[in-house]
Design a protein around this ligand. Structure first.
Ligand code: PMP
Length: 366
């Protein structure tokens, strides 16, 4: 009965399942380090003195947006915050998508783009990455934009889950040649370095939006805070659609503390880059694995039977992200940089599995 009443675009949807986890959590690209003690003490003190939980938050997140703007060399009017970047992707599609105009993405990429396109009833156009997931196909993207009404292109840079970084001039080309809004999702940008960011181009292109999150480098996945930057005009349009009180009192306070302590997070980012390098080199040294280069805090790799590897790692208490079948690349695993002892444990387990070889041969079911 309810099925008949459902909106057609919701009929085919299945709930997003982030998969089973394990003790050592290397499956969600989070920051594994504890929050800097001083930042934690600051928000604990402020919260004890004046929690403010009984009042609605500042719906405009005035101070947080001003402080973000100051750091980014943007005006507050050019920044919008959200309940995680996920919410902001939905807001972009609610504002610029819908049944009559498409979203263009480049698989394999972040799966929520497709989910939120379906939820917002926005047609999805996929132009696969080239060179085994390492390069964009700018001609293919331009062609798709000529042949369809594409209103939004999302480019994930560095890309999740391949780790590939796309050069800025190529993104600039898309901005001038596609006639669409280009959202550059820099959820992992802090790991690739500021010289890779499209943030400095914001004044230059009317149709550029740059999205970021506190979930990765800033260790706030549990508090849900993302932001998106663009021209004041574009941000005002998104602001029409977002929920009035989308970022809660505590998260606004924590976000401001994280910004005040960005030096401590810079140390964690440097440490995670070193762990990522260890993962990449360690996996590369094992026989029978294909390993993708990365500019993010994770490494994508492909053993002969990814699903069996994922399960064997889980039995050893290590959670990695299992992709039973990625578009273009097939079955793969993605492992996030952990604390040094976690990276070491993972690499030891991977060496064992790789040495066992035979039970992990590819099967047809895979
Ligand atoms: N973009 C990408 C590429 C991501 O990988 C993620 C999280 N996995 C997000 C956006 C969403 O981040 P948030 O936690 O801020 O919703």
């Amino acid at each position: 009965m309810l099925n008949k009443l459902l909106r057609p675009n919701v009929r085919g949807l299945t709930p997003y399942d982030s998969g089973p986890s394990a003790g050592i959590k290397l499956d969600a690209n989070e920051n594994p380090f504890p929050w800097p003690e001083k930042a934690l003490a600051e928000i604990a003190e402020a919260t004890a003195a004046a929690p403010g939980f009984n009042r609605y938050p500042d719906g405009a997140a005035t101070e947080l947006r001003a402080e973000l703007g100051e750091r980014l060399d943007l005006r507050r009017e050019q920044v919008l915050v959200g309940n995680g970047a996920d919410e902001l992707i939905a807001v972009v599609l609610q504002t610029f998508g819908g049944p009559a105009q498409a979203l263009l993405v480049q698989p394999p990429t972040f799966s929520m783009y497709g989910v939120l396109a379906a939820v917002t009833d926005t047609p999805l156009i996929e132009v696969p990455l080239q060179a085994e997931g390492q390069e964009l196909d700018p001609d293919g993207i331009r062609r798709a934009c000529r042949e369809n009404l594409v209103s939004v292109i999302i480019v994930c840079n560095p890309n999740n889950p391949t780790g590939a970084l796309f050069p800025r001039p190529l993104l600039a080309d898309l901005l001038t040649s596609c006639g669409a809004l280009v959202v550059v999702d820099e959820a992992y940008g802090e790991f690739a370095g500021p010289e890779t960011s499209m943030m400095p181009y914001i004044g230059k292109y009317q149709n550029l939006l740059v999205m970021k999150t506190f979930s990765k480098a800033y260790g706030m996945a549990g508090l849900r805070l993302g932001y998106i930057c663009g021209t004041a005009e574009a941000i005002a349009l998104l602001n029409r659609v977002r929920q009035t009180y989308n970022v809660n009192v505590f998260t606004q306070r924590a976000g401001r503390a994280a910004l005040r302590h960005s030096a401590a997070f810079a140390e964690q980012i440097a440490a995670l880059r070193a762990e990522t390098e260890k993962l990449y080199l360690g996996l590369r040294a094992l026989p029978g694995l294909k390993v993708w280069p990365t500019r993010a805090n994770f490494v994508l790799f492909q053993p002969r039977n990814a699903v069996a590897w994922g399960e064997a790692l889980r039995q050893r208490g290590i959670a990695v992200r299992v992709f039973a079948r990625l578009p273009v690349l097939g079955p793969c695993l993605r492992v996030s940089a952990g604390r040094p002892e976690e990276t070491a444990l993972f690499l030891r387990a991977a060496a064992e599995l790789s040495a066992q070889g035979e039970p992990f041969q590819q099967t047809n079911a895979d």
